[in-house]
Design a protein around this ligand. Structure first.
Ligand code: DGJ
Length: 684
């Protein structure tokens, strides 16, 4: 038997192979360095009993129907039958193993890498001597723990992204597929398998993320013999035809420290490996985005007045959203015509940008490159550039350009590059507002190629991935962008929940969060400024209301919280978000801990009225038990008039050990819904 191991952070993956494809013989906490991998693989062998074949087909990196594997195979070909692969060789070097196997004219490769950020990345490639039609090619297949009762996956919709689902493991298949041509609001490609008893702060969990923006398929299967497997691959639409195929990378992490261990690894990996920062030392600037202030009604005098107020509140980057190009007075026209609308902008953007720069802010601009309105000069000139049939149903009055065509990409590159060259723009909000008419990996590869070309030509420009809010948030797009627009909902109560759940994957530094208008445009709610401001300050902060609507008191409040964000962002954006297991279901709470552990902040959001009269203690997590921390409640002034008890934290700071803070917790004042308690702490 051939055996190998890879270690990443606190986890080990071990493999074994005989004549057929290799299989994962172990995935879990890091094993002792001198573990006998041969014995480990033998110990993992299973018995046979009645009702079974005479050999148990292996759950290999690509389970094979040709070897009588009765579950979901890892490779499905349209017309070449079910190949039987033979192990060829493994190339192992520090931190990486590539397994090679052959079946006739087919070469299958599984590349598994231990990343410095503590995760594994896994990718499958298939090459063929003759053209093939591939229906399904899974990234290297991992066995799933039989100690997990549930799967935790993510669903959502426009304005309510990142909703966690707990689904019981049962015999058979749970399949999820994003068939809309993007990673999607509906089934974003994330999965966590928590073992029995796992909480945010303790227990074992396995996390998986498929790094692909074009839509994926996930299959989690419990076989009749009890074994479990998880497969991720591209969404199955049109069969891929060719001689060379590749899955995207699957990112995998084991945590022995609860769901937070998974979150910590994903946050760290996305921020420090996947995202390429044009200038990593630059603090994440406070944004102002004008969308919910003016929509398509652009004019210089309103926007300069808005910019004055945004800068006074503390904004550092001014983003001009949709409506500056073609004849874009509403969403029915002009996508594709990336030239200034001279009716709105007779002198182009120069006067606005000069004003914005004069206020000390940088300037960002909205594009939706992949889209075209039938009512546009581009579509009139090139109707054949669209993706899908002419008689398709439009979405938001728009169609999609066929990004697999080099001439389409060349045109978009030239148009966008011309704007970026004419104006000093340091940021693009890159939107994507419709579902695709067909599922096609070449479309995604074409989009990636356009991103890559623009980034190479304009390396200092940061890009935000937006797709009707959070419709395209994945490591594929984040390898080309630096921020995600989590949701079009600027309702702080909704955001509080979404940010909490998204923190299992996304770090603060890339998660955009804005203070919206007083009357929320997506929910109609009216929430206090203090709460709206603190929720935005939990992530990459920005404003999106018309600042002329703010009362003096609201402006003062927002300015103060923005100043707090600026004073703390350096360590927060480099730190880790830990979700807290609040004993009160009415509370959504997290800690952000500095990378060196020297300070932390607790954000405890009261989302609704509690059932019990007084707040329950809130236990902290992730601290050094013996260290002493000075904690203080930052915003006692947000307490309601009914809060009249002698709580120490209302009047002074307290010094306590990490052990006490984690075991006994802290007691906060009573709170009305839509209150965010902010507890700051330093390690002494
Ligand atoms: C959808 C985005 O999510 C919004 O923030 C805004 O940019 C609009 N598109 C503009 O059309």
């Amino acid at each position: 038997m051939n055996v190998w191991r890879l270690d990443a952070g606190a986890q080990t993956l071990a493999f074994a192979a005989e004549a057929g494809l290799p299989w994962v013989s172990y995935w879990g906490p890091r094993l002792p360095q001198d573990e006998d991998l041969d014995a480990l693989a033998q110990a993992g062998a299973l018995d046979l009993t009645g009702g079974m074949l005479d050999v148990l087909a292996p759950l290999s990196l690509c389970p094979e129907a040709g070897r009588s594997f009765s579950g979901q195979p890892g490779l499905v070909l349209a017309d070449a039958g079910a190949p039987v692969f033979h192990f060829d060789r493994a190339e192992a070097k520090a931190g990486e193993i590539v397994f090679h196997a052959r079946a006739g004219g087919l070469q299958l490769r599984h590349r598994i890498r231990a990343e410095a950020t503590g995760v594994f990345t896994l990718q499958t490639t298939l090459d063929s001597d003759a053209p093939l039609r591939v229906i399904w090619l899974a990234a290297p297949v991992l066995p799933a723990s039989q100690l997990a009762d549930e799967m935790l996956d993510v669903s959502g919709k426009w304005s309510r992204e990142f909703h966690l689902n707990r689904v019981a493991w049962t015999p058979g298949i749970r399949a999820r597929e994003a068939r809309t041509g993007r990673s999607g609001h509906e089934h974003p490609p994330y999965l966590i398998l928590p073992e029995r008893g796992c909480t945010n702060g303790a227990g074992a969990a396995y996390g998986l993320h498929y790094a692909w923006s074009g839509g994926h398929r996930m299959v989690a299967e419990e076989l009749p013999d009890g074994r479990r497997q998880v497969q991720f691959g591209h969404a199955t639409g049109a069969e891929a035809v060719g001689t060379s195929f590749a899955s995207a990378e699957l990112i995998a992490v084991y945590s022995g420290a609860g769901l937070n261990g998974v979150g910590q690894a994903f946050q760290h990996d996305l921020r420090d490996r996947v995202v390429c920062w044009p200038d990593a030392r630059r603090p994440r600037p406070v944004h102002y985005n004008c969308w919910e202030a003016i929509y398509f009604k652009h004019n210089l005098s309103d926007l300069t007045a808005i910019a004055d107020r945004a800068a006074a509140l503390g904004a550092e980057r001014f983003v001009l959203d949709d409506g500056w190009f073609g004849r874009r007075d509403d969403d029915t026209s002009s996508l594709g015509d990336w030239v200034m609308d001279r009716h709105k902008w007779p002198e182009g953007l120069h006067p606005l940008i000069a004003h914005v720069h004069g206020l000390g802010m940088s300037f960002g601009l909205w594009f939706e490159p992949e889209m075209v309105n039938p009512d546009s000069d581009l579509y009139r000139a090139h109707p054949d550039w669209r993706l899908g049939p002419a008689d398709q149903v439009t979405g938001r009055h728009q169609m999609v350009l066929n990004m697999a065509r080099p001439e389409v990409r060349a045109h978009l590159f030239a148009a966008i590059s011309a704007i970026l060259s004419e104006y000093p723009i340091d940021y693009i909000k890159w939107d994507h507002n419709r579902l695709l008419p067909v599922v096609d990996a070449d479309q995604t590869l074409g989009v990636y190629a356009l991103f890559d070309a623009l980034r190479a030509a304009h390396p200092k420009v940061e890009i935000e991935s937006c797709a009707s809010g959070g419709g395209r948030i994945d490591a594929g797009i984040l390898a080309r962008t630096q921020r995600v627009w989590l949701s079009d909902s600027n309702d702080a109560l909704e955001r509080l929940r979404m940010q909490h759940d998204a923190a299992l994957f996304l770090p603060s530094a890339i998660t955009g969060s804005h203070v919206g208008p007083r009357h929320c445009h997506t929910s109609g709610r009216v929430l206090p400024m203090a709460f709206r401001a603190w929720v935005a300050a939990q992530r990459h902060m920005g404003f999106e209301m018309d600042p002329r609507e703010l009362t003096e008191a609201e402006a003062e409040e927002l300015t103060a919280v923005t100043a707090w964000y600026k004073a703390n962002r350096a360590w927060m954006m480099a730190g880790t978000i830990h979700r807290l297991d609040a004993s009160d279901p009415a509370m959504i709470a997290e800690m952000q801990i500095a990378a060196d552990g020297s300070c932390f902040v607790v954000f405890a959001g009261q989302a609704e009225v509690s059932m019990q009269i007084l707040p329950r203690p809130l236990r902290l997590t992730g601290l050094e038990p013996l260290a002493r921390y000075r904690i203080r409640l930052r915003n006692v002034s947000d307490k309601p008039p009914q809060s009249r008890g002698p709580l120490a934290l209302k009047t002074k700071s307290l010094v306590l050990t990490g052990a006490t803070l984690m075991a006994a917790g802290i007691n906060l004042p009573v709170a009305w819904p839509a209150t965010m308690w902010v507890v700051e702490a330093e390690r002494l």
